[in-house]
Ligand binder design. Structure first.
Ligand SMILES: *[C@@H]1O[C@H](CO)[C@@H](O)[C@H](O)[C@H]1NC(C)=O
Length: 309
């Protein structure tokens, strides 16, 4: 049993997305670009929102929070992958692996709850504009963000504890570039029935925010269809498109990945996780700022201030 003799000094081997040399090189270079772009893009969003008084409202505070989580999210996996490649190693310690898994699940959940909070914010703004300032008060914004972090961590903890109880009998090669719950379960030689069920339960909890998002948007659309299209409604509505794009990116990849039997996992699934882990956090800032005039104005001001000072 691993628990008795070698639990703390056992390493896992991250095989990478595809085990051929050239493809490994390709992903290394891809991540080498994606990671700094993600950091800078999301940081710019936060700075632009902070510095522009026009953007001091719930919607942009939540967007800044989403960027904040995305910085964390990509930092859980990408730096390890990049440094491993540079150092010519593939190992990750047992503790490092579980830590990575914990933060991966946690950040993914926090992300989805913040996306739900953003959808709720739009629903209130469009369907109940007169109550907007009271419903989305600074206090309830903070509450929504804090709740996202609490629920995200609460969802990550059981999976991590359960995985820490598993035995890995010599097979330690993870067919991915980070420690993913599904791939770890597949490696274990213990009875993983309970773990797998918990994983499906976890994915279901992950879908609660999706339900909130759908309900919010049904409300938004029914209001927009009912009310003659005044300028204010159209303006509020324009931000929904960006939000819906991000939501479909997140949930499309997660559903495609985890709502399946474990036996059907293959190497190409690692590529789907790459999409989820690396590409979505990078795209968020672009999706929001390229389609949004206020955001562009704030970014422009940020650059001008930077140049003049
Ligand atoms: C996150 O949201 C809270 C509440 O709206 C806000 O006070 C805080 O500044 C936001 N965080 C960032 C990084 O903008």
């Amino acid at each position: 049993m691993r628990k008795d003799n070698q639990s703390s000094n056992m390493d896992f081997i991250l095989m990478g997305v595809i085990s051929q040399q050239e493809q490994e090189e390709f992903f290394f270079i891809l991540f080498l670009f994606i990671y700094p772009i993600t950091l800078i893009g999301n940081l710019l969003i936060i700075l632009a929102i902070r510095s522009d008084i026009h953007l001091h409202n719930p919607m942009y505070f939540l967007l800044a929070n989403l960027s904040f989580v995305d910085i964390f999210f990509s930092s859980v996996t990408l730096p390890k992958m990049l440094t491993n490649h540079l150092l010519g190693t593939k190992t990750i310690s047992y503790g490092g692996c579980l830590t990575q898994m914990y933060f991966m699940i946690g950040m993914a959940n926090i992300d989805s709850y913040i996306l739900a909070a953003m959808a709720y914010d739009r629903a209130v703004a469009i369907s109940r504009p007169l109550h907007y300032t009271t419903v989305m008060s600074p206090r309830s914004c903070v509450l929504l963000v804090v709740m996202s972090w609490v629920v995200g961590n609460a969802n990550a903890l059981p999976h991590t504890l359960l995985t820490s109880k598993l035995s890995f009998c010599g097979k330690q090669e993870i067919a991915n570039f980070y420690c993913d719950l599904a791939f770890l379960l597949k490696l274990s030689c213990s009875d993983i029935h309970f773990n797998v069920n918990m994983m499906y339960l976890g994915v279901s909890v992950f879908c609660v925010p999706l339900l909130c998002i759908i309900v919010s948007y049904v409300q938004v659309f029914s209001t927009v269809l009912r009310v003659p299209s005044t300028k204010g409604v159209l303006k509020a509505f324009s931000t929904c498109g960006s939000h819906l794009t991000v939501v479909s990116l997140y949930y499309g990849t997660v559903m495609g990945m985890y709502f399946r039997p474990l036996t059907s996992y293959s190497l190409k699934d690692a590529v789907i996780t790459v999409m989820y882990i690396a590409v979505t956090p990078m795209l968020n800032p672009f999706i929001y700022s390229l389609r949004n005039r206020d955001m562009k104005a704030a970014l422009g001001k940020l650059f001008n201030n930077g140049i003049s000072s």
